[in-house]
Design a protein around this ligand. Sequence first.
Ligand code: HEM
Ligand code: FE2
Length: 789
Amino acid sequence: MPIGSYSTNYPFQTPNPYPMKYKKLWLGFIVVIVGSFSVLGYYGSEIYRQAPPIPNKVISTSGQVVFTAQDIMDGQNVWQSTGGQELGSVWGHGAYVAPDWSAEWLHKEAMFFLDTWAQQAKGTTFDALDVETKAMLQARLQKQIRNNTYDPATGTLSISDLRAQAIADVSQHYTGLFMQDPALAKYRDAYAMKDFTVEDPERMRKLNAFFFWTSWACVTERPGQDISYTNNWPSEELVGNRPSGDLLIWTGFSVIILIAGIGLLAYYYASHKEDELDPSQLPKEDPLLGLKATPSMRATLKYFWIVTALIVVQITLGVVTAHYGVEGQALYGFPLADMLPYSVTRTWHVQLGIFWIATSWLATGLYIAPAVSGYEPKFQKLGVNFLFICLLIIVAGSLAGQWYGVMQKLGYGENFWFGHQGYEYVDMGRFWQIFLLVGLFLWLFLMVRAIWPAFKREVEGRHLLGMFLISSAAIALFWAAGLMWGQHTNLAIAEYWRWWVVHLWVEGFFEVFATVVIAFLFVRMGLLQTHVATATVLFSTIIFLFGGIIGTFHHLYFSGTPTSIMALGASFSALEVVPLVLIGFEAYHNLTISRLTKWIRAYKWPIYCFIAVAFWNLVGAGIFGFLINPPIALYYMQGLNTTPVHAHTALFGVYGVLGIGLMLFVLKGLSTRRRWKDGVIRFAFWSINIGLALMVLISVLPIGLMQTWASVKYGLWYARSMEFMQTDTMEVLRWLRLIGDTIFAIGAGALAWFVIGLKTGHSLEDDIDVTSDFNVPEESQTKEIPVEV
Ligand code: HEM
Ligand SMILES: [Fe+2]
């Protein structure tokens, strides 16, 4: 649900709730959770049942064993060790500079067949043939390549000798590319691949086995059906991969369901009349001013130093990664790729983003828990410090492991446990995953023990606290879904569980956590009544999870899943957009609040961040999310630059800016009562937001839309190819990114400078906060909050 939807005159508040109302809402919450997870689980078991099989043997007509199951599974591990989804993509999931290997392999294999036949028939290439002959050969190819020749009884996949030759030909190309064929240097440059991305020829052979298998699943028809294992993805006319009928039907349905949802919610808003905010009822001075920070609350401060440092490092890595898009192996001539190749910088960029956002939230939770209960449990400070050390070890250890993995220094098993798993957003080795899980539960434990007294004491506030604890627990719990795959799990199944982590976090419990945490802050600041906050938080949680949980399937339309996944994913994820469309109410409300009384102005920048969060929720999650969401859209756009348009504006725009807002809020509480200087933080706020908008609008989005055109016209392989991506127009568009990126990075630098200035003093005015509209007694004005930043 929209972040901050607890706000007082947010439209679906209930002016006069009574306990019965809460009961109904909790019941609704339980029904949605149980119902949705049953569906997610049941259809998940269908994914297990219907995943594209890994053949024991791939055998040619003349009896040659081309690949074994072990080759394919080891090949998957090799792919993971090179960075996996952080270098090019498979089934459309991953990075965008190098090709989609499954789509490109398929195209190359198809062309081998067609050129061979063209040569035999007319002594020329396929492209030089007349239209009729082309159509005839394509039909012949489709008949052969789409036909499912896998025998479940023996586990063998039979292929023609010609196909075995095609595989050998494509394998040779990839071996040259991934190792060091000088003739392919220009491709490595265009794809930001270092020389010897794979060092060992045997590993390379296995990598080819895996790529073959992923492309085989893209074109082979499911038993008894006329669509491929990947629902005919990627679009490729040569092999007859075109949108299925279901794809069109569920696209239409998802748009209708979105409109219906918006209509219903708008009616609900209109029928629940808003309360006008009555400024005379607002507290006359900041209720949090009397708050005395406990030792454990003060101990959270260092978390924010790390957050600030990681923001700077993460953005620097982003700039380097983006630069590899224009200068594949170097940074302004310096051969950086030898030491720090693209797949490492991209991994670190993605992972540090999640780390600093999470760190800011965890710290905020640890800060407000004792503040809410007014109780400091024994050894709480020790716990906060211990968790801090653990987090540092996890960050440093997992990043180092990824570097070792990509530099090809680890065996298959070592890489799985300590290196690079190659699954975007869950890239860290299994050991680090488990360590982080333990850390998250430690965090949960620290939160619960600090909040518990308040939970017992506050009859009315209990509901909000309960939801806060549930969302905190869910954040920890869903990370555990990442342990559900093993080293050799079928990619279709690993993807299912990966999206349990990523999607259920960002489109599920992060939203709930964010909603509750801001509700808390507003309630504690006296800007929102508890009962209003509770009802709206519960209601919005229900609405959000109703679409969000089953909506997980929108990531799995084409990753080797049955058609039902697409139908469910398209319909339910469309509902996720409904509350985002109406989020303007909340933004406007928060803007009004920020101007109401003098003391609130001290919180101007945290509140502005919350407003920006609402803005990016509409634009980044709602609009750019729905841009790629209907099946027909994603069919052509998956794996194009339209995805980073959405990912940056949603992940950074919503949760990154929320992380910054929460950090500023806590720093406000922990700093001295001297007023903050406005200049630097104002500059930082606007640069970050404007920079983000420009990065997307003048560069990444136009690139993505041009790619979409290419994908529709010629197929996905072409939209990602060097030929298309290295045209002059594309080059200019990529360089244009520098404008937005630079403004954004300067803004982040300014933010860091501001935060440092809270310690050194250069961000503070000489005078005390004007905390009240009335005269504040002398002694309370000079009383310093007992915490030094
Ligand atoms: C604040 C909420 C959201 C966040 C933080 C978020 C974030 C992300 C991220 C990080 C990705 C992965 C990008 C990649 O693979 O590189 C993604 C993919 C995707 N998101 Fe969201 N998202 C949000 C909301 C939504 C909504 C509301 C929708 C639409 C209903 C949506 C639709 C999609 C789709 C369809 C993809 C898959 C794109 C692909 O595989 O190419 N997202 N999102
Ligand atoms: Fe999603």
